[in-house]
Design a protein around this ligand. Structure first.
Ligand code: NDP
Length: 457
């Protein structure tokens, strides 16, 4: 039987490397070490805490080729996208190295009854991160960079299908001379995750992944009276109100839907188009989605990578088939690609109704659903008719109109005239079933801190 932690090339299905799950004794030793490291790290000057991150950023830049290669090997990411992820992770490390101390500066309050008060942001202890495979460096850095500057230590449990990326990132942190044990990777199973969360010394947990995994981690954290941050799924609307350049708008929608082969929580999954543009939009979208070339993700001619695993491809095909069985129209795609590996054709569906799984479930792959709506109100109602609330896009040549519509969308983030994405200094996170809390930005760096009030008469 293949070990739980393994590298399986999704472009071929070949198991390349296996890693043993940690023993309970090893997990216990990691918690001891992380807590011991915290006792020194918490009192280390914040400027000193930030400098290893700058070195880590430089190392990621230097090792970009090798780090990207691992992403392509383990989860099938296109080479260019893999290199872009390494660059993004380096940018985040650099940003928190430079700006993190400022974001943690004391905040002076002005009590209405006189005197003075100050709010300090103090570290709280080891934090557990449970991370997914879709952006193996970015997701980790998003948690680790702000928290290390804040003075917390990190115990990182990565997805079982990207163990080499997990180890490569730990190596970067060690080589950047982060003091030992401030960042530890663990190959833990679900029971051991519960044990880590239950340990009194571990002060919080952050998970990015599915609702089920989020509920397991947040449940354990809640049971142990600890904070958790969750970044779960999404079914982001991409609303087209009007566009003088519909071709460019469709190109943006395709990018929003197809980045990372569609395996992104913030992908533009529901394309909601006002009826006067609908026909042309569907035609342009179908043409652009038909142009992808499936192949080896290491080959620069390939524009369509496999999904992360055979299971992921099968799950997505079940959702597509369910829509087809219930009467959805397929404009392009709708099948597996005729070659070995976890490939699914880029697919455009219309006529999706509430009875179909594709209406309410997240489609984690290259499948776009397009809806026609009569007006702005109908667009907003459809966008909000989802249990998710992560990101979204509003397209209009009238920016004020787009901003007004953005105000009515029930999500954590709305981007105007571009697909939702991420930037090192902007808060990231959702509402409804898409998650709890924020990562990145001032909000993110202040999630796992003791906001300590000092009141002076
Ligand atoms: P999972 O949620 O299963 O995996 C994410 C992480 O959670 C992994 O490290 C996984 O560990 C861990 N995990 C899973 N179950 C538990 C549990 N009970 N207790 C503690 N940790 C757990 O995602 P999948 O890979 O199965 O993907 C399924 C779906 O999740 C996708 O189709 C998508 O909808 C959503 N997803 C969303 C992501 C996002 O960016 N928001 C990212 C990935 C997935 P292990 O790998 O060892 O099982």
């Amino acid at each position: 039987m293949t070990a739980k932690f393994n590298t399986t090339n999704p472009a071929t299905g070949e198991v390349l490397k296996e890693f043993p799950t940690a023993s309970d004794e090893e997990i216990s030793a990691v918690i001891d070490a992380s807590d011991a490291a915290f006792q020194t790290w918490r009192t280390t000057d914040v400027r000193e805490r930030s400098s290893p991150l700058a070195r880590a950023a430089d190392l990621m830049d230097e090792r970009r080729w090798d780090l990207a290669e691992l992403l392509t090997l383990e989860m099938g990411k296109l080479r260019a996208e893999a290199e872009a992820e390494v660059e993004l992770a380096a940018r985040i490390l650099r940003y928190y190295s430079e700006e993190g101390p400022l974001l943690l500066s004391d905040e002076v309050l002005a009590p209405s009854s006189g005197g003075s008060a100050v709010m300090k942001y103090e570290p709280i202890g080891p934090i557990l991160g449970v991370m997914p495979w879709n952006f193996p460096y970015y997701q980790v850095v998003r948690l680790a960079a702000p928290n290390l500057v804040a003075g917390n230590t990190i115990i990182l449990k990565h997805a079982s299908n990207c163990p080499q990326s997990a180890l490569a990132f730990e190596q970067v942190m060690n080589d950047a001379q982060l003091p030992s044990d401030c960042y530890r990777n663990v190959f833990a199973d679900n029971d051991q995750i519960q044990t880590i969360i239950a340990d009194e010394r571990v002060r919080g947990a952050s998970l990015t992944g599915s609702e089920g995994a989020g509920a397991a981690v947040a449940g354990a954290a809640g049971h142990n009276l600890k904070k958790s941050i969750l970044e779960l799924g999404g079914s982001d609307p991409f609303i087209v109100l009007d566009s003088a350049d519909l071709d460019a708008t469709v190109t943006a929608a395709v990018k929003g839907r197809m980045t990372n082969s569609g395996q992104s929580c913030i992908a533009s999954k529901r394309l909601i188009v006002l009826e006067e543009h609908y026909r042309e939009f569907v035609d342009l979208l179908t043409a652009k989605m038909s142009q992808f070339v499936a192949g080896d993700p290491r080959d620069s001619a390939t524009t369509m990578a496999p999904l992360s695993s055979e299971q992921a491809a099968q799950d997505l095909m079940e959702q597509v088939q369910d829509a087809i069985d219930h009467g959805a129209e397929v404009h392009t795609g709708g099948h597996r690609v005729d070659r070995p590996g976890a490939f699914v054709e880029p697919t455009v569906l219309t006529g999706v109704t509430e009875q179909m799984r594709a209406y309410s479930e997240e489609l984690f792959g290259p499948v776009a659903v397009v809806y026609s709506v009569a007006d702005e109100d109908e667009a907003v109602a459809l966008a909000n008719d989802s249990s998710f609330g992560l990101g979204g896009t509003v397209v209009s040549d009238d920016i004020e109109k787009a901003q007004r519509v953005a105000d009515r969308i029930d999500t954590g983030m709305v981007w105007i005239n571009q697909a939702t994405w991420t930037e090192p200094d902007l808060p990231f996170g959702g509402t409804k079933r898409s998650g709890v809390g924020r990562e990145l930005g001032a909000e993110g760096i202040r999630e796992f801190v003791n906001k300590k009030l000092i009141r002076t008469p």
